[in-house]
Write a protein that binds this ligand. Structure first.
Ligand SMILES: Cc1cc2nc3c(=O)[nH]c(=O)nc-3n(C[C@H](O)[C@H](O)[C@H](O)COP(=O)(O)OP(=O)(O)OC[C@H]3O[C@@H](n4cnc5c(N)ncnc54)[C@H](O)[C@@H]3O)c2cc1C
Length: 479
């Protein structure tokens, strides 16, 4: 039994902060406050509703449906019925794969080649026996680039593809799809021995039509007192040299805490804790500075960049456009198109366009260094670039999208990117567990997706990390 209430400050109201708060709030003996820098909860889950349609600007899928806490919560709150929408969508899946001169590649060939590609990815799951031979490769890129042609060679139907002029373009699209998952440039440097554990079931499940991550966040906040989360409180310093710990915000507010749970992204930790990234007049977020092992992990782990763009069309385009999704296979000569080179070079990294359910919204994803170009482009430039390439590929005029929806995750200082990527190679060993190690006799604890070694880069990983640290705190305080 705790005699005096322990003051707990949770930094960040993303999924990790929310789960930790709910868990601790449910216990006697704690006084919890959440300090959130922005004006909303949810962090990298971010839904905006346009014309009644919820649009995900951040997390979109639920990765795995077996024992996935997010899938289970979605079901509990009535946001998911059956198996999850994505699986149902794929049953009526029709794919168009078009070269940049408008020629089409048969979808059955594309899907066969994609099966080969994804089998290779399955082979490097942590528990697969193939992993021992896969580890001869430096990174995921070299593994895929070497093994994919060999796996096409094995079957008559796919062997023919090796001689097709589009063979490399197809590999480029598949590599793009995986690079969006990894958030890293063409999977280069991405660990082949990554400890991520797939949960099984549908890897890309979704909420039912009309529901989204935003609904889940609202449901999770319903049980918490409204004033528990203080918005507009960007934490600039966590000082454990004073006792109790002093937490200072940019707006001048200060809070005393017995324990602090830090849930900010790895991108924020990189910016606010590594000397070389601090802006003039900015000091480290932690006083005293973080221990060397933790700083090394923050420095060496990658924080991937992706951009998700949602285009809003009017009714007519929807009825004309049958593709779901459209794959764009770039012919090398079309990448040299002078208009593209001059006006929108990022367009050469546009590989897929997918319709969101039966709406007038279509989404596309970018990865790696193109993200900076996309985030700095204006909406008009983005629309012009999209129309230019789609008209070339589809060979007919298309109406202009009436709006573009996206969040600039990479340039937003409250995130600094999208999600953690493991860059461990034979030559770069990274102690990932150092990131979650508590500090100063458990006065500062760390949660957030990047601290979850088995499920980083996901919403369920973030949620579980919050529970993990809440449990740690409860155990310390009650034993
Ligand atoms: C574009 C995109 C697509 C994604 N797609 C998927 C997907 O399909 N499926 C999936 O499972 N995952 C996906 N993810 C990853 C998933 O969204 C994250 O792993 C998860 O939401 C991270 O939650 P978190 O609580 O760890 O961190 P965050 O959500 O980053 O929460 C941290 C909070 O801290 C706040 N903050 C930052 N600095 C401070 C400060 N100094 N003081 C106070 N508050 C601060 C931030 O505003 C934020 O609200 C995607 C992410 C992105 C960006």
């Amino acid at each position: 039994m705790i005699s005096q209430k322990r003051k707990v400050i949770i930094v960040g109201a993303g999924m990790a902060g929310i789960s930790a708060t709910r868990k601790i709030y449910g216990q006697d003996g704690f006084d919890v406050k959440v300090l959130e820098a922005s004006s909303r909860a949810g962090g990298r889950t971010h839904t905006t509703t346009v014309d009644g349609v919820p649009i995900e600007l951040g997390a979109t899928y639920i990765h795995g449906t077996k024992k996935n806490v997010i899938f289970d919560l979605g079901k509990k709150f009535g946001l998911i019925s059956g198996k999850g929408k994505r699986e149902a969508e794929w049953e009526e899946y029709t794919l168009s794969a078009l070269l940049t001169n408008g020629e089409s590649v048969p979808s059955d060939i594309v899907l066969k080649c994609y099966d080969k590609f994804s089998d290779l990815l399955d082979d490097i799951e942590p528990d697969a026996s193939a992993r021992s031979w896969a580890s001869q490769y430096e990174d995921t890129y070299t593994y895929l680039a070497n093994e994919y042609p060999k796996s096409l060679e094995k079957e008559k139907t796919t062997r023919k593809v090796l001689k097709e002029p589009y063979c490399n373009s197809l590999f480029e699209v598949f590599l793009h799809l995986q690079s969006v998952v990894e958030g890293e440039e063409d999977c280069k440097g991405v660990s082949i021995l990554c400890p991520y554990v797939d949960l099984g079931g549908d890897p890309d499940a979704k909420f039912d039509d009309g529901y989204s991550y935003g609904f889940l966040v609202n449901k999770l906040l319903e049980d918490l007192p409204k004033d528990m989360i203080l918005y507009g409180r960007e934490v600039v310093s966590i000082n454990t040299e004073s006792n109790p710990t002093m937490v200072k915000c940019k707006n001048g507010d200060q809070f005393e805490a017995d324990h602090v749970i830090v849930t900010v992204s790895l991108g924020v930790l990189k910016r606010r804790c590594l000397d070389e990234n601090l802006l003039p007049n900015e000091s480290s977020m932690f006083v005293p500075p973080l221990p060397v092992e933790k700083l090394k992990a923050i420095h060496s782990l990658g924080f991937g960049n992706i951009a998700k763009i949602v285009f809003q069309f009017d009714q007519e385009f929807t009825s004309k456009c049958k593709f779901k999704p459209l794959m764009i296979l770039w012919r090398p000569e079309d990448k040299d198109d002078p208009v593209i080179k001059k006006k929108f070079p990022w367009v050469t990294s546009l590989f897929t366009v997918e319709r969101i359910s039966n709406s007038n919204f279509y989404e596309t994803w970018f990865h790696g260094c193109t993200v900076a170009q996309v985030e700095s482009a204006t909406k008009e430039e983005i629309v012009e670039g999209l129309c230019y390439i789609l008209e070339k590929v589809l060979k007919h005029p298309i109406p202009k999208p009436i709006d573009v929806h996206m969040h600039n995750w990479s340039s937003d200082p409250l995130f600094g990117g999208c999600y953690m990527v493991d860059l461990t190679t034979a030559n770069t060993q990274i102690n990932m567990s150092a990131l979650e190690e508590p500090l100063t006799n458990n006065r500062v604890l760390f949660a957030g997706e990047a601290t979850n070694q088995a499920h980083f880069a996901t919403v369920h990983g973030a949620y579980l990390s919050g529970i993990r640290e809440a449990d740690r705190l409860i155990k310390i305080c009650t034993s």
